[in-house]
Design a protein. Structure first.
Lengths: 130, 277, 272
């Protein structure tokens, strides 16, 4: 059976309008009363499930430079927003806004990312689209 | 009588490639047509070879893939082998990671294959893994291309029929998976081409060509049979792996499971099993 | 790629709106969007063809199946929830456990990458593949799966997170009997749990090509005072959607950071 070839790039629309995963309550981990905004250098980007992680060397509120980890949406959620595994490379200068973890570690829930060219990307998970 | 039979056989050999081509795959070589004449697989309603059923591996490839490797040796690039020997020593499946492809095929757990027009669905008991493989892809019928810039543990599978063989092209494989528990590894350039053909009422021939220019000097192949499970009423069970708080994987017993706590889970409240009312 | 990012932002804006869910009528709701609903597709045996990818409209059931407010990390909230009558008839001793669980979100099993179980798994998109003897349900979350067997009966020696599903047709409705449930899966993040006596009967009523009305009757005599019902519609996903691989183990670093819970339902929704 012949079929006219239809070239379709995969459309990352898929299921994006429905929360992909409840996973767990972020309110159990992050504090909405403690927003944080850091600028620094990417050291690592894990495009993974259930959440992706962006690690950067940045000067924290205490004035010291250290490694911070920001949790973001899942691999599929980010992929469907146009992220690839090499979208963030070590050495890139970025700014991340989000909320601090409740347990006092250098961990946050990433809500917004500003890339070196100034472009802003929502990082929030479906639970809190921003 | 003899001449008639010869004429008929010649006609069949000539017609077979045309017939197979009409099924949507590229024209099969006469050799392939003759091979499929040895065992004629049952067909699904849409005319494809029927691969459905519950299938099992009966070899030790999960421990060492070289058992089913042609030549029993992997053609490593020397620098890649050296890097592998200095690399991570913990099998990712010990942390409940998915085994990757082709390892998922020869894990010692049953596989249920379901087939629908346009798809072959592999449902693996191991880790409740699954692969939904579209079968209308490939150079003659491109309906979907491989994804770009994202890796999955079981990769991205695009299928097509070539004669009576299901060909599955797998890329986008997460580089962290191992090919077996003997620490045979690969890079993110791994490309696997699987071939499934039903060679008998109770067997599927599974062949995979493994190509990874960063790791190996050339492509290499594995071949093994998958055996049909004919046990009456046999059904896949739920198979789970959870990493406990101490980093140990927990594989709950499931065949059969004891009635009660199937595995530990930190809870502050009493179990409801046995509660009154 | 530019288009896809645009669409993704549009989709996220759509998510940010509070879900307006009308009160569930007794009859299946009429389809709301399509100008002319397309006919139910049918298999060769005459039964509805359920194949395809379906998107549940659950108004935040993953947070709580009862009415709840939206808010920080809670999505848009829901005036009605997905429980018929808005009441979960917990026995008094079970109610104490629900209250305790809402203070201990760190025990939420989905936060530890466990299976969601039935009905929880149905709150998110899935794909049906259907033959006369097997209906496979392939979920994206946790790469979960269950096979609805149209033959045979529940095993006697086995408990599972996803239970054991046996299906039959009643007219155009697929009825699925789910037993063998362990007591570890939960209904949502609001502490709503069940025991291993839980028994779920689902009904998938395909009303047209793009809409299935789904409801489930849940009976757990150890924990509730009576059976209760959950319902929400399933909408066929747009073309070109795919179920993709969604593991849930490799990035699970959150568990160590979980500090305290969140009370989502202080309201009076537990009358008997």
């Amino acid at each position: 059976m012949s079929r006219r070839p239809v070239l379709m790039a995969i459309v990352p629309l898929l299921l994006a309008s429905i929360p992909l995963a409840a996973h767990h309550s972020f309110a159990a981990e992050y504090d909405r009363e403690k927003p944080i905004k850091l600028s620094g250098t990417v050291t690592r980007f894990d495009l993974t499930n259930p959440h992706s992680w962006i690690y950067l060397e940045a000067k924290g509120p205490d004035g010291n430079v250290s490694t911070w980890g920001f949790e973001t949406a899942s691999l599929l959620a980010l992929y469907r927003r146009g992220f690839k595994k090499d979208t963030l490379k070590a050495g890139m200068q970025i700014t991340i806004e989000g909320f601090l973890a409740k347990d006092g570690t250098h961990t946050g829930n990433g809500q917004k990312l500003t890339l070196p060219d100034g472009k802003e990307i929502i990082l929030g998970t479906e639970e809190n689209p921003g | 009588m003899r001449h008639t039979r010869t004429v008929f056989l010649c006609a069949a050999l000539i017609a077979a490639p045309v017939f197979l081509h009409a099924q949507g795959g590229p024209a099969a070589a006469p050799g392939a047509a003759a091979k499929s004449a040895e065992f004629v697989p049952p067909r699904t309603a849409d005319g494809k070879p029927d691969l459905q059923g519950v299938w099992e591996t009966r070899n030790a490839a999960a421990f060492d893939i070289t058992e089913i490797t042609e030549g029993h040796e992997i053609p490593y690039r020397p620098e890649a082998l050296e890097k592998e020997q200095k690399g991570p020593r913990v099998d990712p499946i010990a942390h409940c990671a998915m085994p990757g492809v082709p390892r998922i095929t020869y894990m010692p757990y049953p596989i249920q294959i379901m087939q629908r027009p346009g798809y072959v669905i592999f449902m693996y008991e191991y880790l409740h893994d699954q692969r939904i493989v579209p079968t209308n892809t490939g150079p003659t019928n491109p309906a979907r291309e491989h994804l770009d810039g994202v890796d999955f543990w079981l990769g991205d599978s695009l299928g097509r029929w070539e004669g009576d063989t299901l060909v599955v092209d797998v890329t986008n494989l997460d580089e962290r998976s191992w090919l077996d528990s003997a620490r045979h590894t690969h890079s993110d350039a791994l490309h696997v081409v699987e071939r499934y053909s039903r060679t008998g009422p109770n067997t599927i021939r599974y062949e995979a060509t493994i190509e990874d220019p960063k790791m190996y000097t050339r492509p290499w192949k594995i071949v093994m049979p998958l055996h049909l499970n004919k046990e009456a009423g046999f059904e896949l069970r739920e198979q789970e792996c959870t990493e406990g708080d101490d980093g140990r994987p927990i594989h709950p017993p499931y065949r059969p499971a004891p009635h009660g706590d199937v595995f530990e889970f930190p809870r502050k409240y009493p179990s409801t099993q046995g509660a009154s009312k | 790629m530019k288009y896809t990012i645009w669409f993704a932002f549009a989709a996220m804006v759509a998510v940010a709106q509070p879900a307006a869910q009308p009160a569930q009528p007794a009859k299946p709701a009429a389809p709301v969007k399509a100008p002319a609903p397309r006919a139910i597709p049918r298999m060769a045996d005459g039964h509805p063809d359920l194949e395809g990818i379906w998107q549940p409209r659950t108004s935040g059931a993953a947070y709580s199946i009862l009415p709840h407010q939206g808010g920080f990390f809670l999505g848009g909230g829901s005036d009605t929830g997905v429980v018929e009558g808005g009441v979960l008839p917990y026995q008094p001793w079970a109610m104490e456990i629900v209250k305790d669980l809402t203070q201990h979100m760190e025990f939420d099993p989905t936060g530890h990458c466990h299976y969601e179980g039935i009905p929880h798994a149905n709150y998110f998109g899935f794909q049906f593949f259907q033959t006369p003897t097997h209906i496979a349900v392939l979920y994206e979350n946790m790469h979960a799966r269950r096979i609805i067997y149209m033959t045979g009966s529940h095993p006697s020696d086995y408990l599972a997170w996803m239970g054991d599903s046996r299906g039959r047709w009643e007219g155009d409705t697929l009825v699925v009997d789910v037993a063998n449930n362990n007591d570890k899966s939960v209904y949502d993040m609001a502490g709503h749990f069940h025991s291993d006596a839980e028994h779920v009967v689902e009904r998938y009523n395909m009303v047209d090509h793009d809409n299935i009305n789904w409801e489930a009757t849940i009976d757990d005599p150890k924990v509730f005072t009576r059976p209760w019902k959950m319902k929400f519609p399933l909408r066929r996903a747009p073309k070109d959607n795919e179920i993709m691989e969604s593991g849930c183990f490799e990035g699970e670093r959150d568990a160590v950071h979980l500090v305290e819970g969140l009370a989502i339902i202080p309201a009076d929704h537990y009358k008997q």
